[in-house]
Design a binder for this molecule. Structure first.
Ligand code: CP
Ligand code: NVA
Length: 303
């Protein structure tokens, strides 16, 4: 029997495995193996505490296309939402399911769930990481730029889950990453420190968004107010007002730079309409790639 593996953060995969997954995702996207159903007879749960459009739908479609069944479980409708323990839920779901994708507020809860579960646990977004998104981001950059090594990626805005996963992705794939954020909104310090210790890439945290975007090959942004932080919205919006990805900031990047956003976008806040809808934007390809890379990931973990 295959040993169970979890995918809670990008560093749960090696650079070799990430390269393999991206290549496989590109193959799957081309339509090769479209009629193969390697996961026939399997059941995969989606346990979500937060809203989702892309992660939920791309996972459900990926699971269907691989021949398996998906079961969506909103935390509110589960006994875990009424106080059943993570321990008991993880053990019970392990008896029914072949894998579970979890979207949660607390990364610590995700770790606890994975430690009690005998099936693979995949992080569909936590407060600290969004690794499935980062895999799709890498795939998109590779498709558009032809390579990952030495790519200059700029990230503007909040040092959130998306930023932390990008740091991990850049550190293993050899991309240089400049993050521009206001004081107090930096990414996770442990992730940042460890990423730089690999010495495969240069990861910097800056205050000046113009410096971060200077000669960038790709410019990325995400919402200023992540799910669960709504109470802090007015303060955060004030802090981030100079970090908006607009035509002016984009003009600092290389002429052929691509624009990335994990979406959902708050148009007029972290990104302007002309940029997200402009010729450099690849956000819809990026969203589509969630489907292909997750198919590659599920196939890799479950066959
Ligand atoms: N990018 C992303 O994870 O989107 P959803 O919140 O819609 O799943
Ligand atoms: N940082 C955002 C990402 C949404 C996909 C959030 O956590 O809400």
């Amino acid at each position: 029997m295959k040993t169970k593996r979890d995918f809670l953060r990008i560093w749960d995969l090696s650079s070799k495995e990430i390269t393999f997954l991206i290549e496989r995702a590109i193959e799957l996207k081309s339509g090769i193996d479209a009629n193969k159903c390697p996961l026939i007879g399997k059941s995969i749960g989606l346990l979500f505490e937060k809203a989702s459009t892309r992660t939920r739908v791309s996972m459900e479609v990926a699971i269907y296309q691989l021949g398996a069944q998906s079961i969506y479980m909103s935390q509110k409708e589960m006994q875990i939402g009424r106080g059943e323990t993570i321990h008991d839920t993880a053990k019970v779901l392990s008896r029914y399911l072949d894998a579970v994708v979890i979207r949660t507020f607390s990364h610590m809860n995700l770790i606890e769930f994975a430690s009690h579960s005998s099936i693979p646990v995949i992080n569909g977004l936590s407060d600290i990481h969004h690794p499935c998104q980062a895999l799709a981001d890498l795939m998109t950059i590779l498709e558009k730029k032809g390579h990952l090594k030495s790519i200059r990626l700029a990230y503007l805005g909040d040092g959130n889950n998306v930023a932390n996963s990008l740091i991990e992705a850049a550190s293993v794939m050899g991309m240089d990453l400049s993050i521009a954020c206001p004081k107090g909104c930096e990414p996770n310090p442990d992730v940042f420190k460890k990423a730089n210790s690999f010495k495969k890439s240069r990861i910097t945290i800056l205050k000046d968004p113009g410096e971060a975007t200077h000669k960038a090959d790709a410019v990325y942004t995400d919402v200023w107010v992540s799910m669960g932080q709504e109470k802090d919205a007015p303060r955060k919006k004030r802090k981030f007002k100079n970090y908006q990805l607009n035509a002016d900031l984009l003009s600092n990047a290389k002429k052929d730079a691509i624009v990335l956003h994990c979406m959902p976008a708050h148009r007029g806040e972290e990104i302007t309409d002309d940029v997200i809808d402009g010729p450099q934007s690849v956000v819809f390809d990026q969203a589509e790639n969630r489907l292909h890379i997750q198919k590659a990931l599920l196939e890799f973990f479950l066959t």
